[in-house]
Each structure stands twice: as structure tokens, then as C-alpha cells.
Design a protein around this ligand. Structure first.
Ligand code: CMC
Length: 428
């Protein structure tokens, strides 16, 4: 393999180093390109641009491989908990029993919101989107612990990470309670992470909800599968904000905003809306697929396609198997699941989807499993955010710990007006 890439520009040749990752992915290191040639590269949507080197998550989109810190997602889904996976993603290896106990203890210590933070919820209208509340509240919670905004040592970092991971769960459940006009529930100190979230979502002051082991396990699985996914839109946003040396809370709050859109985390809501639309319209699945293919609107088959996976998203396989098992165990039959299965079967045989390598992604089945848990649709993207927080923190930490990190500052090719004079208003 050549170790350099030769580029010829304006009659001159320039050599740029080739760098290789631990899984043999290769890149041309063009960091000196502009200095040496006065050219920049243009890569709309960044499909060919590596924005950083990272040791957190590995994806092979052609083979449908996903690993956190080297461990296959299938093994984590089978054996781990969200708390343990969060630690792995952030600190780079599986925790010892002592480390896991300490971290779990920190999560419990941080589960309550500051009492005055509870009053912030009153400022939102009852139908406020929970993603808006979540983003605002992550920034608001940092104001109560200003020392966490300036992380100088590992202990403060662990405390800040535990604080965000734990409180996001409390804020998420509270935003749901507010939206349905029920009293906010306090966390239960005896419950583990997932049970506690379900308790705060579904208990009432006079009626305690006891989460079933199946539901708690399904939630653990959902959160593990969402814990990180390398340089996607929201994680790149977190790194972008962090590169200005903004604090961890501000960076994660920005991640929530980026995740909100329907082409990213919001797709799990869009999938359910699409399945509901097909069910209620009485349209058959093939007809809906034809509409998508006609491309006369912006209509897409939501939950299909991925920038990186050109094969099955491994997370969707795991979620599909888990939702089948859970629905059978809970004796639930969901008509939307039947439509989803039909849609998948039609799309996987259709040349439009086959040629473009469009396969079901994580959001295709996540809505089905969340519905079975009783989670309302407007909370789906918040659930994704809860899961992704460890990945955002890990990326924030990686950048923060790198002595060579620089502020992210892309260039552009200007296509606007060339120079013109200011015209006084009466002459326009
Ligand atoms: N339905 C119909 N056509 C599609 C779809 C789809 N879901 N996805 C891509 N295409 C077509 C697209 O129209 C284009 O066709 P052509 O070559 O004729 O112009 C081709 O496939 C390539 O599409 P693209 O927009 O260049 O692909 P991208 O890498 O920019 O977009 C994506 C990736 C995930 C935004 C896109 O596949 C999509 O919009 N999917 C639906 C939304 C969705 O499920 N998002 C969740 C992604 S997974 C979770 C996450 O990361 O947040």
C-alpha cells in the first residue's frame, strides 16, 4: 500500500500522507492542503470527510458491524446493562465491580432535580415538545453546579457525567408528566436506572407502577443500542460545540437539538406516524411504496436508509428480535408491527431500495418496542437522547483530553454576490 497520495494541481505535484485506523480504514490526511496549495476540499454533507480520529465506536457499514470500544453490539445487547455500557463508552473499557458500583452510586446520588429546577417546567406550555424542554433543562441544570462547567480532573468528570446521565432521565420523565398534567414523581432510591425512569413516567402519588422485568430489560436494550454511533449529526454537533471549549452540559444540550430532526433521532416518531398513516388511510403497503419511489414529494420510507450502513443496521436486527419476544411475552398484538413487516418485505425486494442499498435502520423497529413499553410517541426522540448521552459525553471527553484539539472551523466556497455598493434606501 502506498503511504502517500499524490495530487497534481496547477502543474505542481503535492504528496499527502495516507493514514490508517486500527480496523484498516484509510484516509488521505489533507490537513496541510490549503497551506500548500491554496485549495480546499468541498464535500457536501461530509459523506467523505473524516472530522476526527476517534477510539470510541467502530462501524463497518457494508458488513453491518457496530462495536463500542471493540466489543460487538450483539454481545453488549445480550450481557450488559445501560449503566455498564455507558461506563464502557465513556472510559474505554469495561468497569471493574468497584468502578461500576461507584458509578451506579453516583447515578443514584444525582437522580433528584434541584427543587427550584422543578419550577422551570411551569414556564413551558403543556404541549411543549419534550425535546425543547430537555435541551433547555440540560443547560439549566448546569447553573446549579457551576464547578462542573470547568472540568479539570477525572473525579469531576465522572461526577459531571453521572449528573447528566442521571438527571436527563428525571427531566425526561418530568417533561412527560407535565405534558399530561400529572404531578411530577420523585425518583425511587431503591430502583436501578431503567426501573426508576419507568417509575417516574408511570407511577402516580397514590398508585405505584411496578415495572416488569421484561419492560425494564427492553428499555436497557433500547438504551444500550443507542449509546453511541460515531460521527453522526448530533455527535458531530456535540464535538463542534465542545471544540470551542464549551462545557459538557452546553455541548450535550446542542446534541439534543441536532438529534431532534426527522432525518436523525426524530425518525423514530416519523416511522410510527407513517405506519399510522398507512393504517388509517386504508392504503396498501405497495401503493405507499410507489408514492415514495415516485419522488414527486419529499416523502421517504422512514426508518429506511442510512448514510453509513449499506446493509442491515445491526441494531434493527436486535430490536426486531427483542420486540417479537416482548410482544409475545406480553401477549400484545400491534397492527403497526404487521404493517412494518409488510413494508420491510416489499422494500427489501424492490429494485429502488435494493439498488440504493436502503435497509431498515434502528428507528424502524424502535417505535414498536417503545409503544409496547407504553412510552408515548412524543417521547420517542427523548428516549433516543437518553440513550445517546454516554456517546456524547465520550466524544466530549475525547476532544477535551486531546492536547492537539483545535476549534472546528470548516471553510466554504462563496457563491454570493461579488462586490457592490451600498445604495441609500430612497434610491432602491
Ligand atoms: N426512502 C426513499 N428513498 C430514500 C430513502 C428513504 N428512506 N433514503 C434515501 N433514499 C434515496 C434518496 O432519495 C437518494 O435517491 P437518488 O440517488 O435517486 O437521489 C438515495 O436514496 C441516496 O439518499 P441520500 O439522501 O443521498 O442518502 P443520505 O446518506 O444523505 O441520507 C438518511 C441518509 C438516513 C438521511 C436517509 O436514508 C433518510 O432520509 N432516511 C429516512 C429517515 C431515517 O430513517 N432516518 C434515521 C436514520 S438512522 C438513525 C439516526 O442516525 O438518527
Amino acid at each position: 500500500m502506498s503511504h502517500t497520495c499524490r495530487i497534481e494541481l496547477d502543474g505542481k505535484t503535492h504528496d499527502f500522507p495516507i493514514i490508517q485506523g486500527t480496523e484498516n480504514e484509510r484516509a488521505i490526511d489533507i490537513s496541510a492542503l490549503r497551506d500548500r496549495t491554496n485549495y480546499i476540499t468541498l464535500d457536501d454533507g461530509y459523506g467523505n470527510t473524516g472530522s476526527c480520529k476517534s477510539a470510541i465506536t467502530y462501524i463497518d457499514g457494508d458488513q453491518g458491524i457496530l462495536r463500542y470500544r471493540g466489543i460487538p453490539i450483539e454481545q453488549l445487547a445480550e450481557n450488559s446493562t445501560f449503566t455498564e455500557t455507558a461506563w464502557l463508552v465513556i472510559w474505554g473499557r469495561l468497569p471493574t465491580q468497584e468502578e461500576l458500583t461507584r458509578f451506579s452510586h453516583r447515578l443514584t446520588q444525582n437522580e433528584m432535580m434541584h427543587e427550584s429546577l422543578r419550577s422551570h417546567f411551569q414556564g413551558f406550555p403543556p404541549n411543549a415538545p419534550p425535546m425543547a424542554i430537555l435541551s433547555a433543562m440540560i443547560n439549566a441544570m448546569s447553573c446549579y453546579e457551576p464547578e462542573m462547567m470547568d472540568i479539570e480532573d477525572e473525579t469531576t468528570l465522572e461526577r459531571a457525567a453521572a449528573r447528566i446521565i442521571s438527571k436527563v432521565r428525571t427531566v425526561a420523565a418530568a417533561s412527560y408528566k407535565m405534558s399530561i398534567g400529572q404531578p411530577l414523581m420523585y425518583p425511587h432510591p431503591e430502583y436501578k436506572y431503567c426501573e426508576n425512569f419507568l417509575h417516574m413516567m408511570f407511577s402516580l402519588p397514590y398508585r405505584e407502577y411496578i415495572p416488569s422485568p421484561e419492560v425494564a430489560r427492553a428499555l436497557n436494550l433500547f438504551l444500550i443500542l443507542h449509546a453511541d454511533h460515531e460521527q453522526n449529526c448530533s455527535t458531530s454537533t456535540v464535538r463542534m460545540v465542545a471544540s470551542s471549549q464549551a462545557n459538557m452540559f452546553a455541548s450535550c444540550a446542542a446534541g439534543v437539538c441536532a438529534l431532534w430532526g426527522p432525518l436523525h433521532g426524530g425518525a423514530n416518531v416519523a416511522v410510527i406516524e407513517m405506519l399510522e398513516f398507512i393504517r388509517q388511510s386504508g392504503m396498501n403497503v405497495a401503493e405507499y411504496v410507489s408514492r415514495v419511489k415516485a419522488k414527486d414529494t419529499k416523502l421517504r420510507l422512514m426508518g429506511f436508509g442510512h448514510r453509513v450502513y449499506k446493509n442491515f443496521d445491526p441494531r434493527s436486527k436486535i430490536l426486531k428480535a427483542a420486540s417479537d419476544k416482548m410482544l409475545a411475552k406480553m401477549n400484545i398484538s400491534d397492527p403497526l408491527l404487521d404493517i412494518a413487516l409488510e413494508l420491510e418485505a416489499v422494500a427489501l425486494q424492490d429494485p429502488y431500495f435494493v439498488e440504493r442499498k436502503l435497509y431498515p435502520n434502528v428507528d424502524f423497529y424502535s417505535g414498536i418496542i417503545l409503544r409496547a413499553m407504553g412510552i408515548p410517541v412524543n417521547m420517542f426522540t427523548v428516549m433516543f437522547a437518553m440513550g445517546r448521552i454516554p456517546g456524547w459525553i465520550a466524544n466530549w471527553k475525547e476532544l477535551h483530553d486531546d492536547p492537539k484539539s483545535r476549534i472546528y472551523r470548516p471553510r466554504q466556497i462563496y457563491t454570493g454576490n461579488t462586490i457592490g455598493d451600498y445604495t441609500p434606501i430612497e434610491q432602491r
